[in-house]
Design a protein around this ligand. Structure first.
Ligand code: BG6
Ligand code: MG
Length: 219
């Protein structure tokens, strides 16, 4: 039987929460007089909350106490959660449900592989919690992307060998993590940004069932 493991990143792949992360970080950065560019924001995608704040402080040449650091992290997350609270299934990105249902019908392994500690809350909000056989998120890993830990744990949870796994990712760090895990990496987004991926699609509407079948059958 051809059973592959399909591992999905969450933010920016299943739902458009990447824009909410950006808005919340931007507001927080402004409050401490730091500006960051769109290119710098790309470096925050897929990266843990702690690492993201460290990067922002580095760009702004700021050093703060540990207490202040914790306070800023909480502020960012509260702001982010105010967007999340408003979410429902209309925020599932186009054709994500079609792809998930196709893979479920084809009896494939399906896991989440996200850096977010809010992943379970978001999946419940958009009613996709039960579409995943396994969920590995920011609460389950020590080393964040680009380290492959999150995807290796997802493969293990599915009981499928890493080289039989395929990862969908919108971040550079996530593509690097998938490659380091020896998995097929599929970028969802811009080709010039995600140029380390094995394949890149603008979004799931461009990814046909025939391509999924090829992934299931070949490797
Ligand atoms: C990733 C996002 O999925 O999760 C990052 O791409 C975010 O932008 C990271 O920083 C951690 O998320 P959270 O929800 O735990 O702050
Ligand atoms: Mg992402």
């Amino acid at each position: 039987m051809n059973k592959k493991g399909f591992i999905f990143d969450l933010d920016g792949v299943i739902v458009d929460t990447a824009k909410y992360h950006f808005l919340a970080w931007q507001k927080l950065a402004k409050s401490i007089d730091v500006d960051f560019t769109e290119a710098e924001n790309e470096q925050l995608k897929g990266v843990s909350r702690v690492k993201s704040l460290e990067k922002i402080l580095e760009w702004g040449n700021k050093s703060i106490s540990e207490d202040e650091f914790m306070k800023l992290m909480a502020l960012k997350n509260n702001d982010y959660l105010s967007y999340i609270n408003e979410m429902d299934e209309n925020e599932i990105l186009p054709d994500v449900s079609r792809v998930l249902n196709f893979l479920i019908d084809a009896n494939q392994g399906i896991s989440l592989g996200s850096a977010s500690k809010n992943a379970r809350t978001i999946l419940k909000k958009v009613n996709l919690y039960n579409s995943f056989e396994a969920i590995v998120d920011g609460n389950d890993v020590i080393k964040g992307k680009p380290n492959p830990e999150v995807f290796l744990k997802a493969a293990k949870a599915l009981n499928i060998s890493p080289d039989d796994c395929i990862v969908f990712e919108d971040s550079v760090a996530g593509i690097q993590a998938a490659n380091a895990a020896n998995m097929i990496s599929i970028g969802v987004g811009e080709k010039d940004v995600l140029n380390q991926a094995n394949y890149v699609f603008k979004d799931f509407t461009e990814l046909e069932n025939s391509f999924l079948n090829k992934l299931i059958k070949n490797k």
